[in-house]
Design a binder for this molecule. Structure first.
Ligand SMILES: *Cc1c(COP(=O)(O)O)cnc(C)c1O
Length: 420
């Protein structure tokens, strides 16, 4: 396993024409907001959907829809093929060793709850889990619940002034050998920080702990290879990846899926059932109780095809240029503070404007047709650490333009002048 930080590749040039062509794939971007063109800078909350995703889901419902796995009829077989095909597509996408290691969930939150519930069932009281100070509530609250239910310890690794994980602090928190799992975000939804996943995995494994990454944001912005990282668990959510809502992914190494008890009980997840007891189906079905997100899986596979059709190299280059532009432009606005100065970052920029509450700011921006997010971004403890009630967050997708960043900056300047 390499201890070198992830290397940057030479960036291809992304032209305005290319972005215009990508934009044309997203019907919603033609929407007007109160007579102005929509400026959608909220992709980190949920990304818009290309026509290819919408069409794949419509086709799934119009042509080959039935429940999966249970049927022995023709239509059910077609639906099952599409659903299992989506699983195989996800496995290839993240370079999982086997499709059976891909569990479909409702979203990242459910994937993280699954691991929190089922992994801690293997732990003894007094053993510990480490997370970080910049986790989304989804990777904090489930661990607090298990801490209280099972008497395990929850440790929180420090985030330093630049908004990066303090690796020395993480290593110190691993030193006593009590930690069984390190569960950390692969990219912060607030600060944009991309964490050094391979190094974190190496530290965790050296201390005898398994490692989970919350990839909800990271996978939208960079290619993920779960084997190269050395992860044991990787979670992400469909709707931020230009796919539908209602589907998430938990990838886990087979060994863990075999050892962990189920999360939810019901149909599909059993091998045999009597009134006294049940035995479990093999992974991944053991963790997919009830009717799964059938149409959503087809949509997710289409989103992955779409994304890889454009290519991460182009997306990375475009988003890096957008972030540079935004940081340069916004940092020149008097009274504006940017939060997070990590070297490695994705398409998320958080800021506050002196004298203007983040909610008021987002309302004013909305009047200009600009959709941003304001508040604690499901990371309330991080806000407490930063000492702000919340921030305003602009987040970028592959369809974001430099013109939109100018529109945002000009609107912020007008707000600033009004309040100055
Ligand atoms: C959005 C997000 C989640 C939760 O995703 P859901 O789809 O709401 O379950 C978890 N972690 C991070 C870092 C996120 O950005």
């Amino acid at each position: 396993m390499s201890l070198r930080p992830e290397r940057k590749r030479a960036a291809p040039v992304v032209t305005e024409e290319m972005v215009a062509r990508w934009r044309a794939d997203f019907p919603i971007l033609a929407t007007e907001v109160r007579g102005r063109p929509l400026v959608y800078l909220d992709s980190a909350a949920s990304a818009q959907k290309p026509r290819a995703v919408i069409a794949a889901m419509v086709t799934a419902m119009e042509r080959h829809y039935a429940n999966v796995h249970r049927g022995i009829h023709w239509l059910s077989e077609r639906a099952t093929e599409a659903y299992e095909g989506a699983r195989a597509r996800v496995a290839r996408f993240i370079n999982a060793p086997a499709a059976e290691e891909v569990v479909f969930t409702r979203n990242s939150t459910e994937a993280l709850n699954l691991v929190a519930h089922s992994f801690t069932a293997l732990m003894a009281p007094g053993e510990a889990v480490v997370i970080s100070e910049m986790e989304h509530h989804s990777n904090l609250v489930p661990w607090q619940m298990q801490r209280d239910a099972r008497g395990i310890e929850l440790r929180i690794a420090r985030v330093n002034e630049t908004g990066e994980i303090d690796l020395d602090d993480l290593e110190a928190k691993l030193a006593d050998g009590k930690v069984k799992l390190v569960a950390i975000t692969h990219m912060s939804n607030v600060l944009g920080t991309c964490t050094p996943a391979a190094r974190i995995a190496a530290l965790a494994h050296a201390a005898g702990a398994a490692v989970l990454f919350d990839g909800s944001q990271a996978i939208v912005h960079r290619p993920v290879d779960v084997q190269a990282i050395g992860a044991d668990f990787y979670a992400f959510t469909g709707h931020k990846l230009y796919g539908p809502s209602g589907i998430g992914v938990l990838w886990a190494r087979r060994e863990w899926l075999e050892r962990m008890p189920p999360f939810l009980g019901g149909g599909e997840m059993i091998a045999t059932v009597s009134f006294e007891r049940a035995t479990w189906a093999p992974p991944p079905y053991k963790f997919e109780a009830g009717t799964p997100p059938i149409v959503e899986a087809v949509g997710l596979a289409a989103a992955i095809d779409y994304l890889e059709g454009i290519g991460y190299e182009a997306i990375l280059a475009h988003e890096a240029a957008l972030v540079d532009h935004a940081l340069r432009r916004l940092s020149a606005i008097p009274g504006l503070t940017l939060w997070g100065r990590a070297q490695e970052r994705g398409g998320v920029v958080s800021f506050t404007l002196e004298g203007v509450h983040p909610h008021d700011l987002s309302t004013l921006l909305d009047r200009a047709g600009i959709a941003v997010r304001a508040g604690n971004h499901c990371a309330e403890p991080l806000m407490q650490k930063l000492g702000v009630p919340g921030t305003t967050r602009a987040s970028f997708g592959l369809y974001t333009t430099h013109e939109e960043i100018e529109t945002l900056a000009e609107a912020l300047e007008r707000v600033r002048e009004f309040f100055a």
